[in-house]
Design a protein around this ligand. Sequence first.
Ligand SMILES: *Cc1c(COP(=O)(O)O)cnc(C)c1O
Length: 367
Amino acid sequence: MTATLTYRHLFGPGPSNCYPEAIAALGNPVLGHLDPLFLEIMDRACEGLRQVWGTANSRTLPLSGTGSAGMEAAFVNTVGPGDVAVIAVNGLFGGRMCEIARRAGAEVVRVEHPWGQPIDPERVAAAHPNPKVIAAVHAETSTGVLSDIAALGQLKGDALLIADAVTSIGGLELLADDWGIDVGYAGTQKCLGVAPGLSPFTISDAAFERRIKDPQSWYLDLGLLGGYVGSASGSRRTYHHTAPVTMIASLEAGVGRVLNEGLDAVQSRHAAAGLALQNGLQDMGLELFAAEGSRLPSLTTVKVPERVDSAAVRAYLLERFNIEIGAGVGEFASTVWRIGMMGPNANPDSVVLVLGALQEALTKARR
Ligand SMILES: *Cc1c(COP(=O)(O)O)cnc(C)c1O
């Protein structure tokens, strides 16, 4: 029996529909991980990542693992027992950072913020006199909030700044070098429009010099990963682990797609789609969750109206329209919806489709 796959519009926060270029690359012949042709693809992927990160860091590469692997790599390579990690928390992913830093042995100074609000850079910077790292999430996918990483970069002092750019890379302005990001990690499946599985990662030379030698993770030890990337033209590729060649080829194609469109154009497209969605939701009488002025275009959070069954509306959208929107997170699981406008979905047609479908679902739900 062959299963029929229904095309679904995924406006959830997770893997949305990918750019066709990224999908097409998944069907190409699978190259050997030492094949010179693959090294060229890896080189182009790393160069493209430098551009979407806004960095000149030579150590910019796709880690073999999802965004959370990047998060783990950021901490295990920079903090160990005795090191202080100041971490801004305004949602689920800031909390995950704390847990990872704790397991790496760091003394964690957790700076809490209300969910739905951006981080307060001054309060975060003042939380400890001399931390080894300060960390924050640029775009909190659990709450739909954008925080000012550049402002935190100005205040970081001697600390290394770790930034989570999973839901901003490839969709929102991201200038790692200008903003003072020392270590950054991201994911492929949010605005980059590539399937999940890799973590675009970058670390400055200065941060690399101050890294933990012999971190508890062998797999994510950045000291060992230099030769893994290799170069088609120069340094020989040395074996560390077998590169996920197909995913890297897909990433290279997806990032190439984004750069061909142009970073400015891609960012404008995300901004316009997010704003149109947010205006449309408010026109329907719905209330947005994230604080005004700090709303992510790529992920919109909206309050579920009184007496409406959140799960029933989501199920209706999926069954009737093939549209997936996300539930809320944590204590907001059944009171907030999360609607993504990411990658290829960040376009005016998606906005019209999701608003119309939600209107119909709400009419039914209220009956
Ligand atoms: C999705 C996400 C992650 C985790 O990425 P995975 O690919 O699910 O491991 C981390 N941080 C943020 C802000 C995210 O949106």
